[in-house]
Write a protein that binds this ligand. Structure first.
Ligand code: ZN
Length: 244
């Protein structure tokens, strides 16, 4: 099985098409694992939900998914995120809204646990430090877990004799899965935040037990044009050019 792992698509349909296209170019994609925030910020929420649904997939809820479908208020969002969430709520089809409302917070899939933020705070914690990683490992019932939310690709390894290590993952990095417990983040597909504007994702191959990180060029201007038409906040449009 080859499984595309995506997080934080954020209604960026051009980016989502690009990462799935990149995965399919290399061979059949049997499933998609989605770490949440499929909508919010970007201009094409329904298209992204429908594209995800074309695949055999497992998805968890992100904070933006919950805000868009009305299950969470926007009080804790910054102004631009709140404006985008309110706009998204007006755009969702009943079918997309129902889909988002029904997303679970945490899913176990074989050796993996999927959660948007972290196991101790599924919707809000940005898991970025080794201290936070240690807290995640303490709650993690499976050998591996995958998170999103920070929009930064990384590999975190548990070490029985020392604190966990956390290393940012680059395009082409390949992790061989073995006994060591891991936390992975595939990076942001629809709004990368590491200074590289290319869409990020990862590909899990369960036969050779590997996860490969990739960055993919996509038509940023197509997304920005659609955002301008929707009158989404300028900062959200401009940040896509910088990958920040
Ligand atoms: Zn996000």
């Amino acid at each position: 099985m080859r499984i595309a792992i995506v997080a934080d698509v954020h209604a960026n349909f051009s980016a989502f098409r690009a990462v799935l296209g990149h995965a399919v170019e290399q061979g059949p994609v049997d499933a998609v694992w989605c770490l949440g925030d499929t909508v919010g910020y970007g201009p094409q929420p329904n298209e992204c939900v429908e594209l995800l649904r074309e695949f055999d997939h497992v998805a968890v809820a992100g904070n933006h998914d919950l805000a868009a479908c009305g299950k969470m208020g926007v009080e804790e969002f910054n102004n631009a995120a709140a404006a985008a969430a309110r706009w998204t709520a007006t755009q969702l089809t009943p079918r997309s809204r129902t889909y988002l409302e029904e997303l679970p917070f945490v899913v176990q899939e074989g050796d993996f646990t999927l959660v948007h933020g972290s196991l101790r705070d599924p919707e809000w914690e940005y898991l970025l430090s080794t201290t936070q990683a240690a807290a995640q490992f303490a709650l993690q019932e499976t050998r591996y877990s995958i998170v999103g939310h920070s929009h930064l690709a990384f590999v975190c390894r548990e070490d029985a004799a020392a604190p966990p290590t956390l290393e940012r993952a680059q395009d082409g990095d390949c992790v061989q899965l073995d006994e060591q417990r891991l936390i992975l983040n595939p990076g942001g597909a629809g709004q990368p935040r590491d200074g590289d504007p290319r869409a990020g994702y990862a590909l899990y191959d369960d036969e050779d037990r590997s996860v490969t990180f990739a960055r993919v060029e996509y038509d940023i201007e197509e997304t920005q044009l659609a955002m301008r038409k929707a009158a989404l906040p300028r900062w959200l449009i401009e940040r896509l050019s910088d990958g920040l």
